[in-house]
Structure formats: structure tokens, C-alpha cells
Design a protein around this ligand. Structure first.
Ligand SMILES: NC(=O)N[C@H]1NC(=O)NC1=O
Ligand SMILES: [Zn+2]
Ligand SMILES: [Zn+2]
Length: 480
């Protein structure tokens, strides 16, 4: 029913208008859900009007798109994705990754500093990222830089990386699986935080530490069995790392030596003692947040078939009772936000025919599906549209310091997703998937609820009715 006129001239958008209104019965605003209209002009939201006040204000001859019952929500801000470009673009890439993101309602993505080659750990390597992304992104993209042993104790090296525009830093407390991205110890982290404090930018941490596995030498340790892999990375790995990490976060408190810095724990899987430690630290005033990912909320160890390495990631997906606790923590607000941790590879490295969980690449491919997955698996817990917008837009934009993003409000960028929560679809072979290797995604074959209709980035309709804009006109988000 909704059709867009042929675009003339502006190939950045499927819509030939710079000034227009979009209307719906369900608009998610910071003041709650309203029925009304949003006015976009020059890429920015210039008014948000309730239905009863709208007709007075509407100017004639300005284009109006009526989305009916579809939900108008801030576009998703994915603070954790690996687009692997440059250097491993056979795994993913800026064009494929941002096309998938746009089709999934993501309007901003922050690219992780590892899995590309080289890793983003210096102004020079950031420049390579920028060159690889320029004119090849459909949505807005920013970058995290790597905190690694090479730069962590060298404040001028770190300052030059931050001056070059990374939105913050990321480090690993265990081996990352990528040779030029070695793990940091707590001294590296402590020093990194003192530099980040001056810039008021965050440190994102992969919090697992190598400990004894729970593998029992006498037992049957079939590498095709998911439980064998799960036992190699028990909850003690997360708990140990988080305990160690939180031994330095008191410096981030008001009046502390690293006030202004912030620690964000990525992809929490353990909803027991690890989560308790984080809650405690928050209670003491440490500047700490935590994310989990849709795959920890959708899947459980019990249901992972033998040899199905599409489900391998680290930290691992745990048993169903843990997943229940993760949902509880989402609903209680103890977990602050969600991210995709889209971490693809080429299918050969998933070893799907061997099914060897111990040798396969660890990483979930999900970028295009995170909104319907959050909604589909969250419905039984009573997830609201406002919560989805908080977890996926408001909180992540604040973490990344992107104050023009994350809300349907006057003055913000017109980064908007329009979607139909009630519409179900099968993720079968006929469903168009835009990231590079759909076959390695654990979501294929599932039925999901929540269809993305339109995605706007700075007012440009970059995805609509299944099509993408011709040109890749996303902006680079560099901190200054
Ligand atoms: N290198 C990399 O992307 N690792 C990611 N994959 C995963 O499953 N967890 C990670 O941290
Ligand atoms: Zn990680
Ligand atoms: Zn990751």
C-alpha cells in the first residue's frame, strides 16, 4: 500500500523529499508512546506532534507518509559489531554489514577494533578503517580503538588514538583469537582508564579470564557435543575476570582518580555471580554498565544440536535457567543494554561439516535480526516497545557519547526505524539476508515476529519495502 515515488537526483534516499512528515498510531518517544506525527527536515527531527495537535500545524504541500499502526521508533544503535573490513572482508565488510544493519532497523553501528586486519590500535590503523568505510556505508558508523599491551602503558600512544576519533577503547582479558589483538592485564586496564578519563570516553571489556576448565579427563569429551565446549568456558571465567576488572573501577567514581572514564562489560552470559558483582559495583557508584546479546536471550545450551557450531560463541550460551535470569535482569534494569556482537567468519572456519566445537570459529551472525529476535523472545516476559528503545537506542547512544542519536525528539538526527511487531516471518531460504554469510547464522530456520518496514538515517530512507538506497551515504562518526 505504501509506495515511494521514483527518486530523482538524491540516490542516498528512496524518498525524494528533504522535508516530510511521518505519522503513526505508535511512536516511541522519551515521554512514552504517542499517536501522532514526526516532522523531518534536513536530516533532523524538527517536531514531534500528538495526533490531536497535528492538523493545526501541518503545512500543505509537505509530503506525509502515514504508517498506520506500524511502530515508529528510534533506529537501533549497535555498539558491538565486527565488520572485519579492511583485511578480512571475505568474512564481512562495510557494504554488506551496513546493508544488513539497515534492513534490520540499525541506523548506527560502532565497529569493533578486531577481526579486521590490521586491528584498529593506532591513528594509522584507524585511518585504514576510515578509508575502507568511506562512501561504502549505508548507515552511520563509528569505531572503537583497541587497548592492547603495545599502547596501554604509553599515554601518548593512547592519546593519539583517541585524538584520531575513536569513540572509546576495547580490550580483552583473555586471548581474543586474533594474533594482532593480544589480551590486556589489570595494569593495562588501569592505565588505560586514566587516559580515557581525560576524554570522558568508555572502555569496553571482554571479561573472561582463562581458568581451569570443568572438563573431566576421564569423561567422554566429544568435540561435537556442545556440553564439551560449554565446560571449557565455565561461569568462573566471567566471574574471575569481572572480579578483577571491578577491582579498579572505584577510580571511576565521582572524585576518583579516573573520574570521567567508564567501564562497559560486553556480552555478559553469566547471570549469577558475575551479575551480582556488577550490581554491587554499580551500587557503590562505580561508572559501570553491562550489555548482553540476543543470542544469550534466545538460545539455551539444551537446544544446541550436536555439531551445530553456528551456536559457538564466547562467553558461551548457557543453560535455560541462566537465560531466564538474564531476562529477569533485563526486565529489572540490571543489564543496561543490548548489542549484536555480530562476529561472522567465512563458512569454512565454522567447520560445519566436522562439527568440532573446540576448533570452530566462535562468533554469532545476527546483525539483521536483532530487533525481531529481541521482540519475539521477549514477548513472553512482557517486554514493551519503550524497553526495546531503551536497550537498543537510548542507552547505547549514551555509552558511545552520541548525543544526536537514540531518540525520537526534536533536534536529534532523523534516525528512525518503522516496524510491524505483530508481523511474523520465517527466516527461510527465501528471506533476503544481506550480511555476507547467512548460512552460518543460528537464526536461520526460525520464525520471528517484527518486520522492519523502513529505516531512515539522517532523514534518508535507506531501506524501504525490501529495497536499499542506491548510494551509500552513511556518515563516519569520529569523536572530537
Ligand atoms: N574475535 C571475536 O570476534 N571474538 C568474539 N566472538 C565471540 O564469540 N566472542 C567474541 O568475543
Ligand atoms: Zn568479546
Ligand atoms: Zn565481539
Amino acid at each position: 500500500s505504501r509506495s515511494y515515488e521514483e527518486t530523482q537526483g538524491n540516490k542516498c534516499s528512496l524518498l525524494p523529499h528533504d522535508h516530510y512528515w511521518i505519522s503513526s498510531k505508535r511512536i516511541v518517544t522519551p515521554d512514552g508512546l504517542i499517536s501522532g506525527s514526526v516532522e523531518v527536515n534536513g536530516g533532523v527531527i524538527v517536531s514531534v506532534v500528538k495526533e490531536e495537535d497535528w492538523y493545526k500545524k501541518q503545512r500543505s504541500r509537505v509530503k506525509v507518509i502515514d504508517y498506520g499502526e506500524a511502530v515508529i521508533m528510534p533506529g537501533l544503535v549497535d555498539v558491538h559489531a565486527h565488520l572485519d573490513d579492511p583485511g578480512r572482508s571475505e568474512w564481512e565488510g562495510f557494504p554488506s554489514g551496513t546493508k544488513a544493519a539497515a534492513a534490520g532497523g540499525i541506523t548506527t553501528l560502532i565497529d569493533m577494533p578486531l577481526n579486521s586486519d590490521p586491528s584498529t590500535v593506532s591513528p594509522e590503523t584507524l585511518k585504514l578503517k576510515i578509508e575502507a568505510a568511506k562512501k561504502r556505508i549505508l548507515i552511520d558508523v563509528g569505531f572503537w580503538g583497541g587497548l592492547v599491551p603495545d599502547n596501554a602503558l604509553n599515554s601518548s600512544a593512547l592519546s593519539s588514538l583517541l585524538d584520531a576519533g575513536v569513540l572509546g577503547l576495547k580490550s580483552f582479558m583473555c586471548p581474543s583469537g586474533i594474533n594482532d589483538f593480544p589480551m590486556t592485564n589489570i595494569t593495562h586496564i588501569k592505565e588505560g582508564l586514566s587516559v580515557l578519563a581525560k576524554y570522558k570516553r568508555p572502555l569496553l571489556v571482554h571479561a573472561e579470564v582463562e581458568m581451569d576448565s570443568e572438563i573431566d579427563d576421564g569423561a567422554d569429551n566429544d568435540p561435537r557435543s556442545y556440553l564439551t565446549y560449554l565446560k571449557t568456558r565455565p561461569t568462573s571465567w566471567e566471574e574471575g575476570a569481572i572480579r578483577n576488572l571491578l577491582s579498579v573501577t572505584e577510580n571511576t567514581r565521582i572524585g576518583g582518580s579516573a573520574e570521567g572514564a567508564h567501564v562497559h562489560i560486553v556480552h555478559l552470559s553469566d547471570a549469577t555471580s558475575s551479575l551480582e558483582l556488577i550490581k554491587e559495583a554499580k551500587g557503590k557508584g562505580d561508572s559501570v554498565t553491562v550489555e548482553t546479546c540476543p543470542h544469550y536471550l534466545a538460545f539455551s545450551a539444551e537446544e544446541i544440536p550436536e555439531g551445530d557450531t553456528r551456536f559457538k560463541c564466547s562467553p558461551p550460551i548457557r543453560h535455560a535457567p541462566n537465560r531466564e535470569k538474564l531476562w529477569e535482569a533485563m526486565m529489572e534494569g540490571d543489564i543496561d543494554m543490548l548489542s549484536s556482537d555480530h562476529s561472522p567468519t567465512k563458512p569454512e572456519l565454522k567447520l560445519l561439516s566436522d562439527g568440532n566445537f573446540l576448533k570452530a570459529w566462535g562468533g554469532i551472525s545476527s546483525l539483521q535480526f536483532v530487533l525481531p529476535v529481541t521482540w519475539s523472545y521477549g514477548r513472553k516476559y512482557g517486554v514493551t516497545l519503550e524497553q526495546v528503545a531503551s536497550w537498543w537506542s537510548d542507552r547505547p547512544s549514551k555509552l558511545a557519547g552520541l548525543h544526536s542519536k537514540g531518540a525520537i525528539a526534536v533536534g536529534k538526527h532523523a534516525d528512525i526505524v518503522v516496524w510491524e511487531p505483530e508481523v511474523e516471518f520465517d527466516l527461510d531460504e527465501d528471506h533476503p539476508v544481506h550480511f555476507k554469510h547467512p548460512s552460518i547464522s543460528a537464526y536461520l530456520g526460525r520464525k520471528l515476529s517484527g518486520k522492519v518496514v523502513s529505516t531512515f538515517v539522517r532523514g534518508n530512507l535507506v531501506f524501504g519495502e525490501g529495497k536499499h538506497a542506491t548510494d551509500a551515504c552513511g556518515s563516519l562518526l569520529l569523536a572530537s
